[in-house]
Design a protein around this ligand. Sequence first.
Ligand code: DGL
Length: 261
Amino acid sequence: MIGIFDSGIGGLSVLAAIARSLPTADLTYLADTAHVPYGPRSDAFIQGRVLAIGHHLAEQDCGLIVVACNTATAAAVQMLRAALPHIPVVGVEPGVKPAAKASRSRRIAVLATESTARSERLARLIRDHADGVDVLVEPCPGWATRVESRDLQTPEFVAEVRLKMQRLLDAGADQLVLGCTHYSFLTPLLAPLVAGRAQLVDVAEAVARQAQRLAGASAQGQGRLLLQATARPEQLHASLAGLGLGWLAERCRGEELLARV
Ligand code: DGL
């Protein structure tokens, strides 16, 4: 089984890409909904959650763990790898490398949570992969929470998003990196605002390819999906259709679990 987790529903964008590329793998998705959002939390808090969830998934016999969260990856993926040396762990990092490569204006922007935006890991990613490219790092407080509550059409939020996109486009950014898995679900709002001037960069497919490379025997199963959450697990299943992921519901087996982590 492959275990995939996030603070909430954001990682479902990664789960969907993995489910498409590994149709026979048994998957479990854990949303840490009792503690979402991670973005405003301290590194120590996020590290505690990541280690607890990693051990929980290991106990459920996951042979591969995917940290489907940029914030958790930046704060804790090294620690998780050290804690579970026998299990391959795939993390999610903002697509700075592909964005820098594709940029013609030599200016890109990274949209991320507060925690990811200030992280040393993102600073290193930029140093290593965006040489000669100007990188605007844009914290987006509250955006993941808007996605969680599917509260995307309120005029204040739409105005805030529009203003930020306009500012980044005016600054000359031609690649906008979605550096939080929740932001994949903002694509219908973001794409028309930047059409013709910038591209949105999402790494979900690249993460799925990496999971495919490391899955080994975990790729072979019955193509089932178990959803679990640390609070309100039933809402996870209910959210699939609204996110355009109704097809994933067909892979679900049984009830959603309340994960006591
Ligand atoms: N989905 C997460 C990420 O990729 C975290 C969002 C949050 O909980 O603040 O960064």
